[in-house]
Design a protein around this ligand. Structure first.
Ligand code: ADP
Ligand code: F6P
Length: 469
């Protein structure tokens, strides 16, 4: 039995310091079971990158880092990944910044990474590639003769065909996606988009088993809604909140990277509408928005930061009093255990992205609640999580009246209804946690039909040739 090899742009920390992130927690066990390797980009860039992967050993699995030069990294990560793919995949085609050097850097990084991986894996290893930073990896690995099963999971939304076509290399990119043995997306919405993209761009045919026939091969496709370590997060919230007093006023909370896809200005507009419509709530409620910086060197991210600061200032100036600040805004990341407690002690969780693959904050908020006195989740209809979390108050984030009404409904919701909604949300999450997500994906990838390793063992020269490319 081979190893599981995870490949992602961001790697877990070498010393285990950031293991609280859901993905690492989930995959750590899967990696530990069969012996595993996590390959990711080194956090620091260097003018003299190593010619091979740089290995670090952790008790449960190994980490192998690939190093990049600063300029190459900038054009690959800030450039193609986050100034072309991220806006396009989130439906913000107006923000796409096409520079030929970005696409070149992206392909160069993925090609270089493929060579490093090809030297490391054998045919019975299973490779699981994560996210939009690395879409062409299967294509490059196969060109080098790698015979392993290769799966891909997209952590962001896959937009409709027309939006997808705004990416300059849309045909190529669709072809690269179809080279994986299994392609997983977050939601039924995205699965529908993928089928349409494969049909129209690659003349794919949807088969009776739900997979796609493309160019004479079968591409397994599926919807795998990502989740969190539900019990672990609940425990953090329970244990951390034992000696923490509740806030003086009922709190609304928002926790998001400061990203234009998260709908932060629209959220504040909804809150402002709520305050102007319902003066009875003045001095009786507060909004805490925690929004750490992200991808700061991209212009669109700098713009959202100043827009948000202005809006928060305007609301505080308009409604605030000497002893009441309607919006508290924190522009940095907080430790997970602190976040869990803040979620638990907040009456309303505001999760109102304009477009989001899943949104794990929605799941964290629910997991953190006191089941006997839970808060209420206000959730955008455009978050992937809305497909699973219909007992939340579902809103249109573009409509400030709708958001304002949901805030009022949440604040006035009787205990019985809060408990009932929370019970249903929690029960679903408890069954569909992060371990369920990773094991479902891996089981599916493991069952993809390939030339088996037992066949390769009979023909060692075939494997040698495949590796030599
Ligand atoms: P995305 O992957 O687009 O950032 P998600 O909501 O799916 O959005 O995941 C975000 C993750 O980052 C969650 O686990 C959330 O708790 C964490 N996070 C977001 N903001 C902060 C913050 N200010 N401090 C610490 N963690 C944060
Ligand atoms: O969830 C989408 C995603 O892009 C992840 O791949 C990524 O780790 C996370 O958001 C945070 O973004 P970044 O790695 O660019 O800080």
């Amino acid at each position: 039995m081979g190893r599981l090899v995870i490949v992602s742009n961001r790697a877990p920390s070498v010393d285990g310091a950031n293991d609280s992130g859901g993905l690492v927690v989930a995959l750590k066990d899967a990696l530990a079971r069969n012996g595993g390797l996590w390959i990711g980009c080194a956090p620091e860039q260097t003018d003299t990158p190593a010619a091979s992967l740089v290995f670090h050993h952790r008790p449960e699995f190994d980490i192998a880092l690939f190093e990049l030069e600063p300029n190459l990294y900038r054009d690959y990560y800030l450039g193609y990944s986050n100034s072309v793919l991220w806006p396009a995949l989130h439906g913000r085609v107006d923000l796409i910044d096409v520079q030929p050097r970005y696409a070149k850097a992206y392909r160069k990084v993925v090609r270089r990474l493929a060579r490093l991986i090809a030297d490391e894996v054998s045919a019975d290893d299973m490779i699981w590639v994560h996210d939009y930073h690395l879409i062409p990896l299967a294509h490059e690995l196969k060109a080098l003769g790698v015979m392993s099963r290769i799966g891909f999971f997209l952590h962001v939304p896959l937009p409709d065909l027309q939006t997808f076509k705004a990416i300059p290399d849309w045909q190529d990119l669709a072809g690269c996606l179809a080279e994986y043995d299994l392609v997983g997306v977050q939601t039924q919405r995205d699965l529908g988009h993928m089928i349409n993209i494969f049909r129209h761009i690659l003349r794919g045919e949807l088969r009776a088993n739900g997979n796609m026939g493309i160019d004479g091969r079968e591409v397994v496709i599926g919807c795998f809604p990502i989740s969190i370590d539900v019990k672990g997060f609940r425990r953090l919230a329970e244990e951390g909140s034992v000696n923490v007093p509740p806030p003086a006023l009922p709190r609304l909370i928002g926790v998001d990277r400061l990203d234009y896809s998260k709908g932060l200005p629209q959220r504040l507009a909804g809150y402002e509408t709520f305050l102007s419509r319902y003066p009875g709530f003045h001095n009786k409620v507060g909004l805490l928005q925690i929004a750490p910086p992200t991808r700061d060197d991209v212009e669109a991210y700098r713009a959202i930061r100043s827009e948000l600061e202005q809006l928060a200032g305007r609301i505080n100036g308009r409604f605030g009093t000497v002893d009441w600040t309607p919006v508290q805004y924190i522009h940095r990341a907080l430790p997970r255990d602190e976040l869990a407690v803040l979620f638990r002690l907040s009456r309303v969780g505001l999760v109102t992205p304009l477009f989001d693959g899943m949104n794990l904050v929605a799941k964290e908020y629910v997991a953190a609640q006191d089941q006997n006195d839970p808060g209420v989740l206000v959730l955008s209809q455009f978050a992937g999580a809305a497909e699973e979390m219909s007992q939340a108050l579902i809103v249109n984030p573009h409509d400030p009246q709708d958001v304002a009404e949901a805030i009022r409904t949440a604040l006035e919701m009787p205990l019985g209804e809060r408990v009932e909604r929370h019970r249903a949300l929690y029960a679903h999450l408890d069954k569909h946690d992060i371990a369920h997500w990773s094991s479902t994906f891996l089981k599916r990838l493991g069952s993809v039909e390939k030339i088996g390793p037992e066949w390769l063992a009979l023909f060692p020269e075939l494997q040698m040739r495949a590796k030599a490319g």
